[in-house]
Design a protein around this ligand. Structure first.
Ligand SMILES: Cc1cc2nc3c(=O)[nH]c(=O)nc-3n(C[C@H](O)[C@H](O)[C@H](O)COP(=O)(O)OP(=O)(O)OC[C@H]3O[C@@H](n4cnc5c(N)ncnc54)[C@H](O)[C@@H]3O)c2cc1C
Length: 377
């Protein structure tokens, strides 16, 4: 980013102030919508844009801050505050944060300077079509998108089954294989309004329905050089991967904390019998606090590229998925029949927690990668 552009950036809010404002915004604007988001698939666009206005997406983006700092821990805590109320919206925040993270890590300053400020402020909303990429790099499935070099850009074909936080004027980051080359892959930003590109709502989900998740079809979509993030996709992924996975911990932290809070809420009424359950709130809180400490320590250096560092990130991400499943089951058992009501938070948290466990990298994917890393060591 040019020096003049950097000078024009507004200072970010101090973390405590930003978290206080985020929690107030969640209470006022998001809480009244949570049940509609969950049961009717309402997409909380107004909330997502307002969150951008209070620096909700900017903390981890040194290129969008005048002080040039990268506070990944702050981005995780902000996402945690949103996910505590609604994981569907917390995931949309992850999509936005991660799409902006791709630009922060772009090798091409043209795409970065054109789009990063708009994503950081929430003026443009964005997503990430990278499950397929991450699974392909872990030898779970082949890449689904292929591009051919043409004058001034690439022609891309293929499809992605699920990409969230999308709409007509949204963008998302994805990676495609270069036709005619042995292994070269290209990382690009896709404009959903590009000719030949179609969004199709082909599925409904048992949770996370308010995330505007679409199947994406590319039919001879021209992606100009100005939208290329890096023409060395593997090098890009190595740079960006720790941040991508670390950011997901915001969803886990928010989900687990909200389950613990639900268990505690019923303690005055049911503590005399809930004491016979496993995974009591104080035990879960201790595990969560340890995980948050470990997360904040790793979040201090999200640009670290070593395999050992990435192994630690994957291990923590795995623990977060497993803890979310235990915490949500505990919330169900602690709240009993009341938690089983159709609009009760406990049963919603249960369905949401499975998303923490299955979104790429899913628990099985994480165990596969950790196994491969330990064999290679
Ligand atoms: C609500 C929701 C939102 C999502 N949002 C996004 C998003 O924004 N961006 C994104 O990139 N992804 C998104 N995903 C996808 C998600 O991250 C996971 O990739 C997905 O849930 C499946 O992951 P998995 O590891 O369980 O794969 P699995 O379901 O286990 O499948 C692994 C792979 O094996 C192959 N496979 C599986 N079954 C068969 C079969 N019967 N025949 C042939 N091949 C098969 C497929 O290639 C498949 O992708 C979303 C998913 C959901 C449910």
């Amino acid at each position: 980013m040019s020096l003049n552009a950097a000078k024009e950036l507004k200072a970010v809010l101090p973390l405590e102030e930003q978290l206080t404002i985020t929690r107030a915004l969640v209470k006022q604007e998001l809480s009244p919508l949570t049940v509609k988001i969950d049961l009717e698939g309402l997409y909380p666009e107004s909330f997502l844009r307002q969150l951008g206005g209070v620096d909700g997406y900017r903390q981890h983006l040194s290129m969008a801050r005048p002080d040039g700092e990268t506070d990944m821990g702050a981005a995780i805590q902000t996402m945690g505050a949103v996910s505590h109320e609604c994981l569907s919206t917390g995931f949309a925040v992850w999509c936005q944060d991660t799409c902006a993270w791709y630009l922060q890590n772009a090798a091409n300053p043209v795409v970065r300077d054109a789009w990063l400020p708009k994503l950081a402020s929430g003026e443009v909303l964005g997503g990430t079509g990278m499950s397929n990429t991450m699974k392909a790099f872990a030898n779970i499935e082949p890449l689904r998108l292929k591009g051919k070099r043409v004058d001034g850009g690439y022609i891309v074909n293929g499809s992605l089954p699920w990409v969230s936080n999308l709409g007509e004027n949204h963008v998302f980051g994805t990676l495609f294989a270069l036709e005619g080359s042995e292994n070269q892959t290209i990382m690009a930003l896709v404009d959903c309004s590009a000719e030949g590109f179609t969004l199709r709502q082909s599925a409904h989900f048992t949770a996370l329905e308010g995330t505007r998740t679409f199947a994406c079809f590319f039919e001879n979509v021209f992606i100009p050089d100005e939208m290329i993030i890096d023409d060395d996709g593997a090098a890009f992924l190595k740079r960006a991967r720790a941040g991508i996975v670390l950011l997901q911990l915001g969803m886990g932290v928010g989900n687990v904390q909200s389950c613990i809070d639900l268990c505690r809420e019923v303690e005055p009424l049911l503590g005399h019998v809930n004491g016979y359950l496993d995974d009591r709130p104080d035990e879960l809180q201790e595990e969560l606090d340890d995980a948050v400490d470990a997360c904040m320590a790793l979040a201090e250096d999200p640009f670290e590229k070593s395999e050992e560092f990435f192994r630690e990130v994957l291990q923590l991400r795995l623990s977060a998925g497993e803890l979310a499943l235990r915490a949500s089951q505990s919330a169900m058992l602690h709240t009993g029949a009341k938690g089983y009501l159709r609009t009760a938070p406990a049963q919603r948290k249960l369905r949401e927690s499975y998303f923490v466990a299955i979104v790429t990298p899913a628990i099985k994917h994480l165990r596969k990668e950790l196994d491969a890393l330990s064999r290679a060591a």
